[in-house]
Design a protein around this ligand. Sequence first.
Ligand SMILES: Cc1cc2nc3c(=O)[nH]c(=O)nc-3n(C[C@H](O)[C@H](O)[C@H](O)COP(=O)(O)OP(=O)(O)OC[C@H]3O[C@@H](n4cnc5c(N)ncnc54)[C@H](O)[C@@H]3O)c2cc1C
Length: 286
Amino acid sequence: MFEYIDKSRVLSHVCLSSYCSFGVGGHAKFLLNLHNDEVVQVLHEIKGKLDYFVLGKGCNVLIADSGFDGVVIRLIDDKIVVHDNTICVDSGASLNAVLNIASTNGLSGLEWAAGLPSSFGGAIVGNAGARGFCIGDVLNSCQVVYKNDIIDMEKGDCGFGYRTSVFKQCGYIVLNCTLNLTTSCIDTVKANIKHINSLRNNPKGRSAGSIFKNTTDYTAGQLIDSVGLKGTTIGGARISNQHANFIINYGNATSNDIYQLIVLAQNKVREKYGILLDLEIVLIGF
Ligand SMILES: Cc1cc2nc3c(=O)[nH]c(=O)nc-3n(C[C@H](O)[C@H](O)[C@H](O)COP(=O)(O)OP(=O)(O)OC[C@H]3O[C@@H](n4cnc5c(N)ncnc54)[C@H](O)[C@@H]3O)c2cc1C
């Protein structure tokens, strides 16, 4: 299989724990490090034979201990090109690399993303955001793979919502994007990034950021805290004492330890408030 791909980029029986921020998860049958122009051929080859998913930096996923009996695709193209106030970005670029290039070109609109760990594709798919802003705000258009075809999509087609998009709902693969930023002063943009970085106070340890989405009236952290679960530990995983919507792999947690804490939080909050906490992270292989 995959004979048209350089052998060094076709890995089999790969342990996925080192590819995600939680540091947990079993093996994948294959892991392919692909250039954008190889994706369609791969999808064509595996159609009806193997499942697949795309992995960015793995900062918003929980991969099962049993792993994934299919193909994990990682996009390695990471070109970032600036034209006036527009930036074209490949999905494999890191969000912070794009932010750095924006700042050195005096382009404003992404400062809120300072310190947010993400590939660019992962940020678009989950409509990553912070401090009331999100990546969909600055997207102009993108190129995606849908049903084995490459298509161009405008911002209005992307179905952006709170930590979601049509790509997340319908399984599109995002290859690259064009952003529209605002021309500003380099020093101002850099000062804003420094300020946002100083406000970031994520709990220490291996996590995937916020586990659940906030509800309209309360944050997920408030609800979990109010049912007394802060600091609750199962195996090597703990609901953070600092931020109840974070679960930390503080030792040798298994994916199942983390999953049990997720279910516990959902059950306790539903029993007390009748609210079902909706996952922000993506479960893989469960
Ligand atoms: C310490 C910490 C702090 C965080 N803070 C924030 C925050 O402030 N705001 C926030 O929004 N998030 C936050 N997160 C969560 C995470 O950083 C974001 O969700 C990020 O955008 C995930 O990007 P990723 O590349 O790691 O995606 P992954 O975790 O690899 O993937 C997430 C989902 O996107 C899919 N995907 C990834 N790339 C593609 C692609 N090119 N095409 C199609 N599907 C794709 C995957 O299949 C998966 O379903 C935080 C995480 C951590 C660990």
